[in-house]
Ligand binder design. Structure first.
Ligand SMILES: Nc1ncnc2c1ncn2[C@@H]1O[C@H](COP(=O)(O)OP(=O)(O)OP(=O)(O)O)[C@@H](O)[C@H]1O
Ligand SMILES: [Mg+2]
Length: 226
C-alpha cells in the first residue's frame, strides 16, 4: 500500500525528517505568496523527482494544507502508481479538452492522504511540449490555484527536453533533485543554467539517496534568496 510514501508509512525515519526540513525551508522562502506553486525537476531520468515530490506533497498536507500534486511528466509520469489512483482522464486529457465551461475539479483524484489530491498524467500524448506550452495549461494552473494552498508540479528531467523549462514558467520555486554518486557537477551546472536562462526561481538542490553510511539519506541545500 503506497510503499513509496515514506513520510506516511515511516514518519519517524531520517528520510521523513529531511523531507520535513525541505518543507520548512520552502515555506520560509514562499512566505510572501498566498498560493504556492513548487516544481520538482532534475537533470536526468530516475534521480528521484517523483519519489521526492510525492513525499514532499504528503508532508505539506500533513501540516494542514490543502495540496494538489500534478503529474506534469507527460512522457513517463507514474504518480497514479505511487498514489494508486486511476490514470484515465488526467492532465493530458484535461489540456486537450480544456474550455471555459470544463470542471477542472472533476479531473482530480482524492488520495488516501487527508487534504492531498492528485492530477495524474493521463494518456501519453504525441506532443507533450506543445501541451505544456499552451495557454490552456497555464489557465488550468491559474484556475486550480483557487482551490489549494500548495500545488506541486512533478516534471520530466531538464536534460534534452523543453518540458521542464516550459513548466518552470508556472512555478514560484523550482527544486532540483540530484542523485548521490550519479549526477555529475557538469549536468547539475547545465540544469541550473538552463533554468536560470528561463528566469526560474531555484529554491535549492536535494541530494537524494545519500548512503546511510554517509549519515544522511537526503540532504537539502537551501539556496540564497534573491
Ligand atoms: N531516496 C530514495 N529511497 C529509496 N528509493 C528511491 C529513492 N529515490 C528514488 N527511489 C526509487 O527510485 C526509482 C526512481 O525514482 P523516481 O521515479 O522518483 O525518479 P524520477 O526522477 O521521477 O524518474 P523519471 O525521470 O523516470 O520520472 C523509483 O523506484 C523510486 O521508488
Ligand atoms: Mg518521475
Amino acid at each position: 500500500m503506497m510503499k513509496e510514501l515514506i513520510v506516511k508509512t515511516r514518519p519517524k525515519s531520517v528520510f521523513s525528517e529531511d523531507i520535513r526540513t525541505i518543507r520548512t525551508n520552502l515555506d520560509f522562502s514562499l512566505s510572501e505568496y498566498e498560493k504556492k506553486v513548487i516544481m520538482i525537476t532534475s537533470s536526468l531520468p530516475t534521480e528521484g523527482k517523483s519519489f521526492i515530490s510525492s513525499n514532499l506533497a504528503t508532508a505539506i498536507s500533513q501540516n494542514g494544507n490543502k495540496v494538489l500534486i500534478i503529474d506534469c511528466d507527460l512522457r513517463r509520469g507514474r504518480l497514479h502508481k505511487i498514489f494508486e489512483v486511476s490514470n484515465t482522464q488526467g492532465l493530458s486529457n484535461l489540456i486537450s479538452q480544456y474550455n471555459q465551461e470544463i470542471d477542472v475539479k472533476s479531473f482530480l483524484k482524492q488520495t488516501d492522504i487527508n487534504k492531498l489530491y492528485v492530477l495524474p498524467r493521463g494518456v501519453v500524448p504525441p506532443n507533450p511540449s506543445e501541451l505544456l506550452s499552451s495557454s490552456r495549461f497555464s489557465s488550468i494552473i491559474e484556475n486550480l490555484k483557487q482551490y489549494f494552498d500548495y500545488i506541486i508540479l512533478d516534471s520530466a528531467p531538464v536534460n534534452g527536453l523543453p518540458d521542464a523549462l516550459i513548466l518552470s514558467n508556472c512555478a514560484d520555486r523550482v527544486v532540483i533533485v540530484t542523485e548521490y554518486g550519479k549526477t555529475s557537477i557538469d549536468a547539475l551546472a547545465d540544469t541550473k543554467k538552463a533554468l536560470e536562462n528561463v528566469s526560474a526561481n531555484i529554491a535549492g538542490v536535494v541530494i537524494n539517496r545519500i548512503p546511510k553510511s554517509k549519515s544522511k539519506y537526503v540532504y537539502y541545500y537551501y539556496g540564497e534568496k534573491e
